[in-house]
Design a binder for this molecule. Structure first.
Ligand code: MG
Length: 329
């Protein structure tokens, strides 16, 4: 690794390599090494996370960079069973950026903060000369109050089943279509959404949640591979149970993408105790009919994800590699 390539930001293998070889090496500590969606701090009472947003285009079907910036950080908190409370908002704006667009972005942020019951309590603005940044980049950092302790990507066992909260890949497919000017003349739009309301509904129903992770960069494929390694388990997924919309399938066929590796911004993967799986599914279906139990945990190939096809064949689902889609979030 001599210079940084776009692949180093892919949410997959090269990205993990960059993080471990440069950042984990320097910052090494027990909290960081848990590799959770948000750090669990303050005796397990608080979740703490940060995320930067560079998406292009800034406005796209279903959301914009402002909504994304609030959902992204709040969702990482929610994935630790935390209620998002306080956010910071830091913006880097290119000279010449249109103020009306900025106001539109900030309105989107305000609306999404209300969904989470969170507020921005600190921020920073920087303006840089034309060409130093593409229009606007936003960073948000958030603190949430953990409602249920012990949810962790390091604790998945063969007593859990694997669920996805809705059909996958909509965000990645939408951004790609918008960027390439592909007019789908369809209902394809980003899944960008705040996930805390769904997490709250699961917690209120006393569902035994083992782990949660939003399937952002690297998609469902990255989440399952990370869990397989972090928890020393094998995840087996039934290919025909994976919910994929016709629109996303269309984009994948057109461009040769794997839907499992496409980014999502309002879709999460759940490891739920088997006895609670049907009940959890019922709750998730109140938000998205397409929620589905996609697989189970075994000890067949520890550290790997196995995809079982409808014809009885098996193949490994690998951690995504390569450039994928830069500036997806
Ligand atoms: Mg996450």
């Amino acid at each position: 690794m001599k210079t940084i390539t776009l692949a180093h930001g892919n949410g997959g293998q090269e990205n993990n390599e960059l993080i471990s070889k440069v950042f984990y090496k320097a910052f090494k500590n027990d909290i960081l090494e848990k590799s959770e969606d948000a750090a669990v701090i303050h005796n397990g009472e608080l979740a703490f996370s940060t995320d930067s947003f560079t998406v292009s285009p800034l406005f796209f079907p279903g959301a914009d960079i402002g909504k994304l910036a609030v959902c992204g950080t709040c969702n990482d908190l929610a994935m630790m069973g935390a209620k998002p409370k306080y956010l910071t908002c830091s913006v880097i704006i290119e000279e010449g950026f249109d103020v009306r667009s900025l106001e539109k972005i900030v309105r989107s942020m305000k609306k999404e903060l209300e969904v989470n019951g969170a507020m921005v309590v600190s921020g920073d603005t920087k303006v840089v000369p034309k060409g130093s940044v593409d229009k606007i980049f936003i960073n948000t950092t958030g603190i949430g109050e953990i409602q249920k302790k012990g949810i962790s990507s390091n604790s998945v066992t063969d007593k859990d089943v694997i669920i996805v909260s809705r059909d996958i890949g909509a965000h990645g497919a939408t951004i790609f279509a918008a960027r390439e000017g592909i007019d789908m003349k369809s209902n394809l739009q980003s899944d960008c959404a705040s996930l805390y309301p769904q997490v709250k509904a699961l917690l209120d129903a006393n569902i035994k949640i083992t782990a949660l992770r939003d399937a952002t960069r690297g998609g469902v494929s990255a989440v399952l591979n990370e869990w397989a390694k972090q928890s020393d388990i094998c995840v087996e997924v039934d290919e025909d149970k994976i919910p994929i919309s016709d629109e996303v399938n269309g984009i994948c066929e057109l461009l040769g993408f794997e839907a499992m590796a496409l980014a999502n911004e309002g879709t999460f993967v759940l490891a739920i105790a088997e006895e609670d799986a049907e009940k959890a599914l019922e709750i998730l279906k109140q938000t998205n009919e397409t929620a589905s139990i996609i697989g189970k945990v075994t000890d067949q190939y520890v550290g790997r994800v196995v995809l079982n096809s409808a014809w009885g064949t098996k193949r490994f689902l690998e951690l995504p590699t390569g450039e994928l889609l830069p500036r997806i979030c």
